[in-house]
Design a protein around this ligand. Structure first.
Ligand code: AMP
Length: 510
């Protein structure tokens, strides 16, 4: 028998098996009225109501529905209310500027946009066909009592499109099917031992690679979701204590925030001996890993992957053979990106680029056949990361693509360069990432000014970027240069420009 894998399998199971269990503890402190604690039966009801509303608005199966929001129970429900009935959820980074959101809405062809109340200006500035403000418009989105038409599941249908900044000037839409999301969630849940005893804290933004698949994996097991809206180390510790959280995911910058907060936390660290933290987005340092284990008493797990791979490709977790090693060596071992997850094949090509095959690799980039063909040349997904694959373990040491990762979010150097060169006083520019203790990498622009134009200073150029780009993409530092290193053919030699900032580092990424 063939029975299609769809994300509704996860919620349907939780509603059937754990109807009275708390499904979601919503963020109490948010501009919309908090949903408080809701059960799986209620989450199922709200997802169904949302599907009925979309049907009333005549959004067909395959129609795109965008959401721009900080983490919230409403956003979690939308993974099911939208995708569970065959429509496509487009979760958008809430930090993007109105122009950037408009691009995603237009490019994806989204006919509905739901925004957090703090982003209500987007309703006018973006101009989507139908726009709603979460909270204000709850009755319209979640008030229907009609029975939506069931969707004949198709595992190859697109479930989500996540826009990610990469090597092109504009973000690309990563089209993930139900099958992609299903298998990522299943393998992730399996290897990270997600069970019905888990309480998952959503420190990771749900828009980012669908929260790495946790709206699916945790639901499937009937685990409880705890929503947190803002990243604050002390608040993370408080929520862990209050709700008995057992696991969370975080970029290294968030781990550092928690470690800092732990220094002044009175008494025992919440979740010590119980919590497992899954880290990815950038390589965590051996010291960070050791501190998580020593100072917090939490299990440290690293994964590696991309939005394009749903994201799980590898996992680094303690294994029996390492039990007898000293903690420092254990931390070194855990510092590798990890061993291939079940169903993932890896290889490193002659240029040192990591290639991957798996059932959670993207179907394609939305409406970008050329980018898709390039990324999947030779039937391998080209990660753009440089590394080595030895003894079953992958180590990421370098980035082949022109992408900066700051605080766990990708920034396309080209996108920032485009905006800077649109300023009349800028003649040439190179945008690079330089190592930074807090953010991992700091977006830095090396600028050559046009001597025929009005001179400009650093704050003016940063303000210019802020008009067009999300704050996290804007350079935090600008250095003025007389010229930039180029090859004989005029191509920027970014590795030379980066070298002065990265000397003394064993990896070329942070
Ligand atoms: P994104 O698609 O925004 O999730 O970004 C994916 C990129 O993050 C990868 O291509 C890597 O460059 C980086 N990345 C993710 N996990 C790790 C890791 N464990 N170690 C090093 N880099 C990572």
């Amino acid at each position: 028998m063939f029975y299609p894998l769809t994300v509704m399998d996860f919620l349907d199971r939780a509603v059937t098996v754990y109807p009275d269990r708390t499904a979601v503890v919503d963020e109490p402190d948010q501009p919309a009225a908090s949903w408080g604690d809701i059960t799986y039966a209620e989450l199922g009801r709200r997802a169904k109501a949302q599907a009925a509303a979309l049907e009333e608005w005549q959004v067909p199966a395959g129609g795109r529905v965008a959401i721009v929001s900080q983490n919230s129970a409403r956003m979690l429900a939308s993974f099911y209310g939208v995708s569970g009935w065959g429509r496509v959820l487009v979760p958008i980074n809430f930090r993007l500027s109105a122009a950037e959101v408009r691009y995603v809405i237009d490019h994806s062809g989204a006919e509905v946009m739901m925004v957090d109340p703090s982003l209500r200006h987007l309703v006018d500035e973006v101009g989507c066909k139908r726009s709603f403000v979460l909270g204000d418009d709850d009755q319209q989105i979640w008030g229907s009592t009609a029975e939506p038409r069931p969707w004949i599941g198709d595992e190859q249908a697109t479930a989500t499109i996540n826009y990610t900044s990469g090597t092109t000037a504009r973000p690309k839409g990563v089209q993930l099917t139900h099958r992609n999301n299903w298998l990522n969630a299943a393998v992730f849940g399996w290897q990270a031992s997600v069970s019905d005893r888990d309480v998952y804290l959503h420190t990771l933004p749900m828009f980012h690679a669908n929260g790495w698949g946790h709206p699916f994996a945790a639901t499937a097991m009937g685990a409880t979701h705890v929503v947190i809206r803002k990243i604050d180390g002390t608040e993370i510790l408080r929520r862990i204590e209050k709700h008995g959280v057992t696991y969370l995911c975080a970029a290294p910058a968030v781990v550092t925030t928690v470690l800092d907060a732990a220094k002044t936390w009175p008494g025992d660290i919440p979740g010590s001996g119980r919590v497992r933290i899954i880290v990815a987005g950038a390589p965590p340092s051996t010291r960070t890993i050791a501190r998580v284990r020593d100072e917090l008493g939490w299990e440290f797990i690293q994964i590696y992957g991309l939005t394009e791979t749903s994201p799980l490709l590898t996992m680094s977790r303690m294994r029996a053979e390492w039990d007898g090693l000293d903690p420092h060596q254990q931390a070194i071992n855990l510092g590798r990106a990890g061993a291939p997850a079940v169903g993932v094949r890896l290889m490193v090509d002659d240029e040192g680029e990591v290639l991957a095959r798996s059932n959670h690799n993207l179907a394609s980039y939305w409406d970008s056949p050329e980018a898709t063909a390039q990324a999947q040349a030779g039937d391998w997904f080209h990660t753009g990361d440089g590394g080595t694959f030895e003894d079953g373990y992958l180590t990421i040491a370098d980035r082949k693509k022109d992408v900066i990762i700051t605080g766990g979010e990708n920034v396309s150097s080209i996108e920032v360069e485009d905006v800077l060169t649109s300023h009349p006083s800028v003649r040439e520019v190179a945008v690079i990432g330089i190592p930074d203790e807090k953010w991992g990498e700091l977006v830095t622009a090396l600028v050559v000014l046009d001597s025929d134009e009005e001179p400009v200073d650093e704050p003016t150029l940063i303000a210019h970027c802020r008009e067009y780009l999300a704050g996290y993409k804007c350079p935090k530092r600008i250095e003025f240069r007389d010229q930039l290193a180029r090859t004989a053919t005029g191509k920027l030699q970014k590795f030379k420009l980066r070298a002065e900032f990265w000397s003394g580092h064993d990896r070329q990424i942070n």
